[in-house]
Design a protein around this ligand. Structure first.
Ligand code: SF4
Length: 389
């Protein structure tokens, strides 16, 4: 059997709902480097089958709660050091003011982001927590989440490796939570590699957090960072690891595929951005590995071509904010929502606003949270158009 036929057969299997194994996926990838159209076509068909002609986003405000971090990743520009002008230590008053503004702008999601356990490394962080009346960052996040909910905004926390108990507490107020797997490869944690100085990025640790989220039944967002020196086998193994978690617990609500972009003030400043064709192959492979998954790319990281990813398998743009910057990628401003809507429409897709929890995961959250969602929910479980527009 020649490889081209094998490639077609494997992709036909996918369309027929048959399982393909790791070696099939590697074979599909190797053929697709030369000619990706067949893979893209299959991904597009699956996307249409399971997600119709809708593309979603979440209208959010980004709360940069604290950007001190005990770890150091070679590509990160979010992390700050004490004394730097970009440092963020949001006070209760600042959180409350931004929440009010977010409500006024009819945001739906309050995204709460922090560095990894800053109080373990920085006195500034422990003092800031004390000043505001808290012992830990996670306690502060519980408070911020309660405030958001009171105003009718829906919290989604991404605060690194939270413990089981911390996540259990945050589940009461957060309709979903997030943590990037980044990559399953131990190799990327070795000396000279991007996660060498980031203990929290050790794959086993990340998987444990995701396992805990599964045990707790938290709708979870995870994903991988593409273009940081990984091999395609490592990408495939990462996606398969996410798939295995989802098969075990059923709680992975979406997979973010984030293309690496070098940042001027980082160790990886001279590394090239993820190649677009390679990135599209990763997107399409993710769709064929998990045909029904919600797959997201951030539109601000592919500013000129994001809409072209609609034809290789994505169905979500993630959180977009008209109010706050993307503090993780501050050089990449989010496109205006009406522009995203226009570009989606030109590509044949209708833009709709979702909650930070996808409708198919509503059963994972408490009745109290579902009742709050019901106030602005349409019959599809998305945000009523007259609320977000
Ligand atoms: S990516 Fe996250 S864990 Fe890594 S340095 Fe930045 S804030 Fe810390």
């Amino acid at each position: 059997m020649n490889n081209l036929v094998l490639n077609s057969e494997s992709l036909n299997y996918v369309l027929e709902n048959k399982t393909i194994d790791r070696q099939d996926i590697i074979d599909i990838y190797q053929k697709s480097i030369i000619q990706p159209n067949e893979l893209f076509y299959t991904a597009q068909n699956l996307r249409k089958k399971y997600k119709k002609n809708t593309v979603t986003f979440s209208k959010k405000a980004f709360f940069n709660i604290v950007n001190l971090c005990k770890d150091t990743c070679s590509y990160c520009t979010y992390k700050s050091e004490p004394g730097e002008s970009k440092i963020s230590l949001m006070s209760k008053k600042q959180i409350s003011e931004l929440l009010q503004l977010a409500k006024k702008y009819r945001c739906v999601e309050a995204l709460f982001v922090t560095g990894e356990r800053p109080e373990q490394k920085y006195q500034e962080a422990s003092e800031w927590l004390k000043e505001n009346g808290f012992n830990s960052t996670s306690e502060y996040l519980v408070h911020a989440s309660e405030q958001a909910l009171e105003l009718g905004l829906f919290p989604h926390t991404n605060a690194g490796n939270l413990s089981y108990e911390e996540m259990k507490e945050l589940k009461k107020t957060n309709v979903s939570m997030g943590i990037m797997l980044e990559n399953i490869s131990e190799r990327l944690t070795k000396k000279g590699m991007p996660h060498y100085l980031a203990a929290s990025k050790k794959p086993k640790t990340r998987i444990q957090v995701l396992e805990n989220s599964g045990k707790l039944g938290i709708p979870m967002t995870t994903g991988i960072l593409v273009g940081i020196g990984e091999t395609m086998e490592e990408i495939i193994d990462s996606i398969l690891a996410i798939k295995a978690l989802h098969q075990k617990y059923g709680n992975i609500q979406e997979v973010i595929l984030q293309n690496f972009q070098p940042k001027p003030d980082t160790v990886m400043k001279n590394s090239p951005s993820a190649d677009e064709k390679y990135f599209k192959i990763v997107v399409a492979l993710t769709r064929i590995i998990m045909p029904q998954m919600n797959i997201q790319i951030p539109p601000n990281l592919s500013p000129k071509s994001y809409h072209s990813f609609l034809s290789v398998g994505i169905n979500d743009w993630g959180g977009i904010s008209s109010l706050t910057p993307d503090f993780v990628n501050p050089e990449f401003i989010w496109p205006e929502i009406n522009k995203v809507e226009e570009n989606s429409k030109k590509s044949g897709f209708e833009l709709k606003c979702r909650f930070p929890v996808y409708p198919e995961f509503f059963s994972f959250i408490s009745k109290e949270l579902r009742d709050k969602i019901a106030v602005i929910k349409d019959k599809e479980g998305l945000v009523k158009e007259n609320y977000w527009k």
